[in-house]
Design a protein around this ligand. Sequence first.
Ligand code: SAM
Length: 287
Amino acid sequence: MSTATATLYVVATPIGNRDDITLRAIDVLRGVDRIAAEDTRHSRPLLDHLGIHKPLLALHEHNEDAATRQVLDLLRAGESIALISDAGTPLISDPGFPLVRACRAEGFAVAAVPGPSALVAALSVSGLPTDRFRFEGFLPRRQQARMAVLEALRRETATTVFYESSHRVLDTVTDMRDVFGADRVLVLARELTKLHETVLVLPLAGMCERIATDPDQQRGECVLLLSGNRTPDEQCLVGVDDLLTMLLEELSVKQAAALAARITGRKRNMLYQRALALSADAASKAD
Ligand code: SAM
């Protein structure tokens, strides 16, 4: 297969098992003039393994604007370029969006060379409904911001997929239990396509306990898949934020959190943190 000139190829690479590279990905990587890689040192062993020795160019989150301009110049000069990330499909929680957008705006051809992605791999083995799903990527690292994102997902009925670092998986799953309740089912898909591939399916309370007591579950790379909300409970009709906002009109943060805990049966401390954030938000809007 010959590669076209002045074309950007968005090429998926393996998420663990090198044999998952596609025949077309190999062809394209062999045919292009240059490869833009998220981390050239990371991609070199895969390319060496495939016998591909093309000029590499780094395109990562810290140089994305400058690297995008550089790739556009090369495309204008007629080069064909492949974009790869450290693993999986570029742009899926990986660099490349500004480049693809700019290529489209300038009228350059952008060709998909599809292949592995942890998102689709995890969904395909989770046993959760896949007819509708929502991808949330990485949650914020700070707990308050993370809780706000989770709260906003309480009524979501579709399977929701998150990427998470194994260092934070216990904190995140604990927050999920506090927001979605002990019984909501979570799937932890770890080390997919690798030697220690594991897929655990447990209610959130059981998952917290399992991760806390089994250090292996806090190693490697993981995807979290949360089952959709199937119980149309009254708490969903009035979300926690709506309830706290109403209570804060009349009560102090402490009183609002205590009353909300009695009404919803949720943890007082979690509600207190949320009420604090809401009242700080309201105060800054009033300034
Ligand atoms: N672009 C990639 C893709 O298409 O899957 C994702 C890149 S993102 C920076 C890396 C995250 O993907 C990891 O933190 C983890 O959540 C997930 N991930 C990547 N490889 C994985 C694997 N083999 N098993 C489970 N999760 C994986």
